[in-house]
Design a protein around this ligand. Structure first.
Ligand code: HEC
Length: 98
């Protein structure tokens, strides 16, 4: 496994917040998606976010928009933005009656 861009724990969430401005139109600056085709990223596992961005960048996962965006990202940008979205606290309320 390559050492690069695997570890959101290595990322800096404050630097990631600056990068997240690029993502905000679709994913929301707080990670709650504004675009129904884009996923909520708030509170998502950081390692999962890193893996998806690496997969978009390498072509293992394909999406017209995300492949283009990830193609321009460095390993540390991927780690930083993943650390930022992973650090957002979300609260979940179960479906009543379940
Ligand atoms: C123009 C809209 C747009 C922008 C801007 C955008 N995304 Fe996305 N993103 C999408 C869409 C649409 C998908 C769903 C892709 C798919 O269906 O595979 C997605 C998917 C993702 C996923 C996978 C989510 C999952 O649950 O598997 C990640 C991670 C992600 N985006 C991160 C980012 C980051 C980080 C940025 C900013 C650097 C960004 N995106 C910018 C539209 C966007």
């Amino acid at each position: 496994m390559p050492a690069a861009a695997q570890d959101a724990a290595a990322g800096d969430p404050m630097r990631g917040r600056q990068i997240a401005r690029v993502c905000a139109a679709c994913h929301g600056i707080n990670g709650i998606a504004k675009n129904p085709d884009a996923a909520n990223l708030a509170g998502q596992d950081g390692g999962y976010l890193v893996r998806q961005l690496v997969a978009f960048r390498s072509g293992d996962r394909k999406n017209d928009t995300m492949s283009l965006i990830a193609a321009g990202m460095t390993d540390s940008q991927i780690e930083d933005v993943s650390a930022y979205f992973a650090a957002i606290k979300i609260q979940v309320t179960s479906v009543p009656g379940q």
